[in-house]
Design a binder for this molecule. Structure first.
Ligand SMILES: *Cc1c(COP(=O)(O)O)cnc(C)c1O
Length: 454
């Protein structure tokens, strides 16, 4: 029996759709409009002060980053993405006149790593580097961190190793940043990681260890190896506060971008955010920052592939007695096979799930063909190139306006009455570094999917 069959409390229709890998929407009965300022997750307390500390750390390193990465010279070492109006895409997504305005948060264009992983990954490597730099007297508190680019400082950091387990994009972020600072860098890649990502890392002097198993196996192997080496810092995607806080700093920047573009967020003007979800760290960090910063009228939904809905499965278990503590998508008879390699994760981060319980509005799933079709719609309407994982959020608006579960949620929140004033924000999470030949393959598959839909 699957957990759903044992547990009649889970909506039978949702359980059926989930088990049959059909797109589904779960909404969170435990969401709190006004959560406490400090939240507990995995025994630790986290608040906006931690988010601000992460943003401050990134700012301290900006001059060094601008020096080490030529692509950051123009922004003075700031790693950020634009907020793009996307009304041209609304008709194709089925978002009618009077159902709100669509924007894209364009993390697919984030420099250095080419994905949302630039945020968390960079922050964690910098936090480790900062600790060592202060311990070894390479920089003084408040001093000029460009001192870390000197050969003497790099020699010190080069005694240390940074390791990570990844389906691809986290490895690209950690590997590139760690090796740029002089660390030894090791990336444990799962079987679904793409060859071009491994090649790119090897070209930068990163050691790539290939594993035949899934993402969890790659992480476990990396964690075990790191545990035996006291000079190694392991970036633990399943339980890292540093990663999560690096992601959360995006909220501070987005708040300014919303003001600049005249987007209000209040009871009359809800902000609905759609975030692609793998293990959950990136979307949870961002949702945490947005909810704590902008308040009760921000509604966050996570988007997952139909074969890898690990976060939905975890949230169901957390709100339903008797479903186990940490279920995997395999427990539901699903394969975890998806072309959305950034989201191919069988079991959610418990840190992210804990943190999201009072904050999240819901989770929905998307079929791979839809990801490819929407990747093409984004190209045709906006000229933006995104990878399949990054398209997951685009089903969100129609999930709310066009399904029974979505419409019930719109009514229960009262958003139906102000939907015409709503802002729909789809977070596009990767794509910049995808080689053209790969991207053309995505487009072909997307055009075929669109033609099949008629
Ligand atoms: C990793 C990733 C995500 C999701 O981040 P998690 O922390 O794994 O939930 C989304 N999109 C892309 C492109 C990614 O690489």
């Amino acid at each position: 029996m699957t957990p759903a069959e044992r547990t009649p409390a889970v909506d039978a229709m949702l359980a059926n759709r989930l088990r049959n890998a059909q797109p589904a929407l779960w909404t969170n009965p435990a969401r709190q409009a006004q959560p406490p300022a400090a939240l507990q997750a995995q025994g630790q307390s986290i608040s906006l002060d931690d988010t601000q500390a992460a943003a401050d750390r990134l700012a301290r390193f900006a001059d060094l980053l601008a020096q080490v990465f030529p692509e950051l010279a123009a922004t003075g070492g700031v790693v950020e993405s634009p907020l793009l109006p996307a009304s041209a895409l609304q008709p194709a997504l089925g978002l009618a006149e009077g159902q709100g305005r669509l924007f894209i948060k364009a993390d697919h264009s984030l420099p250095v790593a080419g994905s949302i992983k630039a945020r968390g990954g960079m922050h964690e490597v910098l936090e480790f580097a900062e600790r060592l730099a202060l311990e070894h007297g390479l920089v003084q508190p408040g001093g000029d961190y460009r001192a870390l680019a000197t050969p003497a400082a790099r020699e010190v950091l080069g005694r240390y190793q940074v390791a990570v387990g990844s389906t691809g994009n986290l490895g690209m972020s950690i590997g590139v940043v760690a090796s740029a600072l002089g660390f030894q860098a090791t990336v444990h890649m799962s079987a679904d990681a793409k060859e071009w990502k491994k090649d790119r890392l090897r070209q930068r002097g990163v050691q790539v260890v290939e594993h035949t198993g899934d993402y969890e196996r790659a992480v476990a192997a990396g964690r075990a190896e790191a545990a035996s080496n006291p000079m190694c810092h392991f970036v633990d995607d399943e339980q890292s506060f540093s990663l999560l806080l690096g992601y959360s700093a995006a909220a501070l920047h987005l708040q300014n971008q919303l003001v600049e573009q005249g987007v209000a967020v209040d009871a009359e003007h809800p902000l609905i955010v759609y975030l692609p979800c793998g293990v959950g760290g990136a979307p949870a960090g961002i949702a945490f920052g947005l909810r704590q910063l902008l308040g009760p009228h921000v509604f966050c939904f996570f988007a997952e592939p139909v074969q890898s809905p690990c976060f939905m499965v975890q949230m169901l278990a957390d709100t339903t007695p008797g479903m186990g503590d940490h279920p995997s998508v395999y427990d539901w008879g699903l394969t975890n096979r998806t072309e959305a390699d950034g989201l191919a994760v069988p079991r959610a981060s418990l840190l992210a799930a804990d943190l999201m319980q009072p904050l999240l509005s819901g989770v929905f799933t998307v079929a791979d063909d839809t990801l490819f079709a929407q990747l093409v719609l984004v190209l045709d309407a906006l000229g933006e190139c995104i990878e399949p994982s990054a398209a997951a959020g685009f089903s969100g608006p129609a999930m709310l306006t066009g399904t029974t579960a979505g419409q019930a949620w719109l009514r229960s929140t009262g958003i139906d009455a102000v939907l015409h004033n709503a802002t729909h924000l789809v977070w596009t999470t990767g794509g910049l570094l995808v080689p053209d030949a790969q991207y053309q393959g995505f487009v072909q598959r997307g055009r075929a999917a669109l033609a099949a839909q008629g």
